[in-house]
Every structure is written in C-alpha cells, then in structure tokens.
Design a protein around this ligand. Structure first.
Ligand SMILES: NC(=O)c1ccc[n+]([C@@H]2O[C@H](COP(=O)([O-])OP(=O)(O)OC[C@H]3O[C@@H](n4cnc5c(N)ncnc54)[C@H](O)[C@@H]3O)[C@@H](O)[C@H]2O)c1
Length: 265
C-alpha cells in the first residue's frame, strides 16, 4: 500500500535532532524522499542511516538556514537531484535563556531572529519558485504556542514565533491569489522534551511557557498543561505528516496547534 506522502520530495530544516528528526523519520516511513538539512553533520548522517535501515530514502545537506547562499545551494541541489520539491518544513529554530526584555543583548536578539525568522523567510523565498514549478506543494512553518500565547521572560522567542505565524498567513494568501497549488501553514507545538529546553530553562513565573529553573519538564507540565504531561515528538510529527499529505488539501493559512491545550489554559 502506498504511503501517505508516497514519492513526495520533502525538505526539512533542523532535521538532525529533536522534532525535525522525528518529522523526517515519520514522513520517510510514509514514502517521502527526505532532504534533511542541519548544521550538525554527524547527527544528519546518522539520521540518513536510520531512514535507509528502515527501507526509506533520504539525503543530508549541511545547511545554515541564516545563510542565503546555503539556501540557494540547497534548493539548487534539490532541483538537480530530484527536479521538484513538494514539501518544505521550516523547522530549524533556537531559544534564548529566559529573562526580562531589558536584559537581552542585542546580539542575542539578532541571532535568535536570524535563525527563527530570517532563516524561515529565506526558505520560503528560495523554495517557493521550485515548488510552483512542481505544480504546488506544502510549506509548514514551525512556530510554537509561544507564537500564540505571550509569556513573561520569553519576549524574544515569543516575538520570533509570532512573526512566523503572521508571515505564514501572508504568504498563504499570496499563493492562494496566484492559484499556484502551494499551501502554507504554521505548526504550533506545545512543550516537548528536546535539547531546546536546555536553553529555555529560566525563572519563568507560573503561567509562563518557560519551566522554572530546576524543574523537570514532567513536573512543570503536570501543572502547566491541561493534559498533564509533555507532548511527544511523534505527536508533533503526526501533524506535519498530515499537513504534508494531500489529506490536508483544503487547508492553508491555518495554525495547527498540538499542545495538550496549553495555549488556552
Ligand atoms: N521542543 C519544544 O518544546 C518546542 C515547542 C514549540 C516549538 N518548537 C520549535 O520546534 C523547532 C525544533 O525545535 P527542537 O525542540 O527540535 O530543538 P532542537 O534544539 O532539539 O533541534 C533544533 C535543530 O535545529 C538545528 N539548527 C539550529 N540552528 C540552525 C541553523 N542556523 N541552521 C540549520 N539548523 C539549525 C540544530 O542543529 C538542531 O538539530 C524549533 O523551531 C522550535 O522553536 C519546539
């Protein structure tokens, strides 16, 4: 039986670890040919081995999403090798240590915006033309519940993820107006145990998206998330699979929230 994204060419940034890695494994299992990109080459290579060992297809490209030249090279490599692009998951993202806005260094703010916002913009700018030539596709921009619900002491991260949310809707409207067959949606994961939490740890007050220093994610989420636990990467990847597949063919400009009701509590 064909997979749910059989034969689609799917580029996923920040795919070497965390949520991106799980997304890559999930869409590969459902028949996509994965172009995994990341800064971390060893982890990228091990991802390709894992996908191939499970009978899937993938390549890894070293890629800094903040570098326009890297984006041009990645999209060029996809064009040369596959001649098309069906799915782009703009997943690469970073956090900053938690703290008040007055304590944020401008250099740290700019670095965060470069990865979380500029990198995602560059992906859309350079991948969209190839996707349009391919007759359409699905762009999935990874935001966060921090792009919906504000938290004290996480202003830079919230600002970056809020930018992703509305950038996504604007581009979705541009694609819809052109009837180019490209759907553009944002994904808003809640709290999932990955390395990003090593940076986000801080002294967030109760109600913050940022766990208090010293608290485990399990203890933090027991109170902070209505479902009483962190999410699993597989639960987020399931949303990516659906948005990447033709099952979501009437869905564009929307926000897919996968957060155990954290953002409405
Ligand atoms: N884990 C969560 O709870 C959570 C919640 C909401 C949103 N998110 C978002 O999900 C995405 C993935 O986060 P994660 O939790 O898997 O984090 P992670 O730190 O586990 O993985 C991020 C990956 O991105 C890569 N990366 C970082 N900077 C890069 C750059 N400049 N170019 C290319 N790759 C780069 C890293 O090497 C790493 O492999 C991020 O956009 C994050 O903001 C995560």
């Amino acid at each position: 039986m064909p997979g749910r994204v059989e034969g689609k060419i799917a580029c996923i940034t920040g795919a070497a670890n965390g949520l991106g890695r799980c997304m890559a494994l999930t869409v590969a299992r459902e028949g996509a040919i994965v172009v995994a990109t990341d800064l971390q080459e060893d982890d990228g290579a091990s991802l390709v081995s894992e996908i191939e060992a499970a009978g899937g297809r993938a390549i890894f490209l070293r890629h800094d999403v903040t570098c326009e030249g890297d984006w041009i090279a990645v999209v060029g490599a996809i064009r040369t090798r596959f001649g098309r692009l069906d799915v782009l998951v703009n997943n690469a993202g970073i956090g900053l240590p938690n703290g008040p806005a007055t304590d944020i260094d401008l250099a740290d703010w700019k670095r965060l915006m470069a990865v979380n916002v500029d990198g995602l913009f560059l992906g859309v700018k350079h991948a969209l033309p190839l996707m349009r030539e391919s007759g359409g596709g699905s762009i999935i921009n990874v935001s966060s519940i921090a792009g919906i619900k504000a938290s004290a002491n996480a202003s830079a991260y919230c600002a970056s993820k809020g930018a992703v949310r509305l950038f996504t809707k604007s581009v979705a409207l541009e694609c819809a107006a052109l009837k180019d067959g490209v759907r553009v949606n944002s994904l808003h994961p809640g709290i999932v145990e990955t390395a990003i939490w090593d940076t986000l740890i801080g002294t967030g007050p109760e109600g913050s998206n940022v766990r208090p220093r010293g608290a485990t994610l399990a203890a933090f989420t027991e109170k902070a998330v209505p479902l009483g636990r962190p999410g699993r990467a597989e639960e987020v990847a399931a949303g990516v699979l659906w948005l990447a597949s033709d099952e979501s063919s009437y869905v564009t400009g929307t926000e897919l929230v996968i957060d155990g009701a954290r953002s409405i509590a």
